[in-house]
Write a new protein. Structure first.
Length: 330
């Protein structure tokens, strides 16, 4: 594979990120600006306004840290989906403008694929089973015949959204996962909650509702957090273990924003160790949404001949992981 240098732009949800990376795995810069809502969850329109204001300075800093100008680039990559429409449009518009002004190839990147590729890069794993958990996604996937295939996913809300919503409802604020886990460590009693695994798929909405009901009944918040975390993570580990057995993969990684969870990571490590499988999570810097994962994945794609015309570069808010070709792994 030839070496190319690519500017990557991430704007799928709360983060506007820009990075310069090479197809050989050098991350030359990684600059990210995160929108934090004053109350509640992410408001797409307000997040997109944040991205519009942050875009110029974030991209300029990413290029400056890399010691490059747009004329030194081989292409510009952008996450076209999945994600929130208003947020995606900001990144796509900026990327198209840079591509047009500097006559650079435009490279479409699937946000979920990018989370996987940055995990492969930072762990050194060649062909892992991937547990991808974030505020907007929960799935178990691995590479089979040209694409990442899904071997289990949420049927309703993602795990990250489940914990974030619980945290918001009980007044813990965002980010919810570390705050819920902090209280879970102080819990001493496990209460039964809906453990919903359907084949290889998961459901978290009933779990969230039941946890909130426990709290209303007067159960200690710490014990509710413990019960919620233990139930949710155990469901995910069960699905991941069956996927390992089915696929025969000998490596396991955890990626996405919830990959920073030491509790979930330890559960997966123990399971992998018992199966004789190597385990490493993505590096914390690249767990949440970031420009580096888009730049690196875009560089891999460009080196494999993947580009898109400006006219056909529309955003794809519902672009599934298993709809994206991965030619650099064939």
């Amino acid at each position: 594979m030839r070496e190319v240098v690519v500017l990557g732009i991430e704007s799928t949800a709360h983060t506007f990120g820009a990075s310069v990376a090479t197809s050989y795995g050098e991350i030359l810069s990684n600059v990210n600006s995160v929108y934090t809502p004053p109350t509640g969850g992410i408001h797409p329109r307000e997040a997109s306004e944040h991205h519009s204001k942050a875009a110029a300075s974030v991209i300029a800093e990413a290029l400056s840290r890399a010691g490059l100008t747009p004329k030194d680039l081989d292409g510009v990559a952008v996450a076209l989906g999945p994600g929130m429409g208003p947020c995606l449009r900001v990144g796509a518009t900026v990327a198209r403008a840079i591509a047009a002004v500097y006559d650079l190839p435009l490279v479409p990147v699937n946000h979920a694929v990018a989370h996987i590729e940055i995990a492969r890069l930072t762990t050194g794993f060649e062909d892992p089973l991937v547990v991808y958990v974030a505020g907007g996604n929960t799935m178990v996937t691995t590479f089979v015949e040209g694409r990442y295939r899904v071997f289990g996913e949420t049927l309703d809300i993602p795990l990250g959204n489940c914990l974030d919503t619980f945290a918001r409802e009980v007044g813990l604020g965002l980010p919810g996962v570390p705050k819920v886990e902090e209280l879970a460590r102080k819990g001493s009693k496990l209460y039964p909650l809906p453990y919903t695994v359907k084949g290889q798929d998961l459901s978290f909405s009933g779990l969230l509702t039941a946890a909130l009901k426990l709290l209303k009944k007067g159960v200690r918040l710490e014990d509710v957090c413990l019960s919620l975390v233990e139930t949710a993570y155990s469901m995910l580990v069960e699905v991941a273990e069956r996927a390992l057995a089915h696929t025969g993969k000998r490596e396991l990684t955890l990626t996405g924003g919830v990959a920073r969870s030491p509790i979930l990571s330890e559960k997966l490590r123990i399971m992998a160790e018992e199966r004789g499988v190597a385990y490493k999570p993505v590096e914390p810097e690249y767990a949440g949404d970031n420009g580096a994962m888009i730049a690196y994945t875009g560089a891999l794609a460009l080196a494999s001949g993947v580009t898109v015309s400006l006219e056909e570069s529309g955003i794809r808010p519902l672009w599934r992981l298993d709809e994206a070709d991965v030619p650099w792994r064939r």
